[in-house]
Design a protein around this ligand. Structure first.
Ligand SMILES: [Zn+2]
Length: 129
């Protein structure tokens, strides 16, 4: 697990906890998470971070379902749109600024930019035996 994924997952755990509280649930059974390509987070590391962060929270024992979302980049100056490959950028280029291959302006991510908490499935406690 890296510090990067740990920090990202801390935010997600915080959001999911709020969401569960708002829904009136006492436990979360499952969360659905979109993992944007440009978050540079690995599913494995996110999973480990979740296991490290969830005990003692309403998320303890919850299943985490992650979907990788490929990035789509857009240049607002010239209208270029494309994937990381289309833009001639590789993941090794690291974090932004991502520059437009045709005009050199900064690109913005239309999707796949980070982690998105899609859904939090909450459950009520089991009735006492
Ligand atoms: Zn451009």
């Amino acid at each position: 697990m890296t510090v990067h994924e740990y920090g990202l997952m801390e935010d997600i755990v915080g959001l999911a906890t709020e969401e569960a509280r708002r829904a009136g649930g006492t436990a979360v059974t499952r969360i659905l998470l979109d993992v944007g390509e440009l978050s540079f987070a690995s599913k494995e590391s996110l999973g480990s971070a979740f296991l490290a962060l969830s005990p003692g929270t309403v998320l303890e024992g919850a299943e985490i379902v992650m979907t990788v979302v490929m990035a789509r980049l857009r240049c607002s100056a010239c209208g270029f749109q494309g994937s990381v490959r289309d833009a001639g950028l590789e993941e090794s280029a690291g974090f932004s600024p991502w520059l437009c291959p045709s005009c050199g302006s900064p690109l913005t991510a239309l999707e796949g930019g980070g982690l998105v908490l899609r859904e939090v499935v909450v459950s009520r406690p089991d009735p006492p035996p």
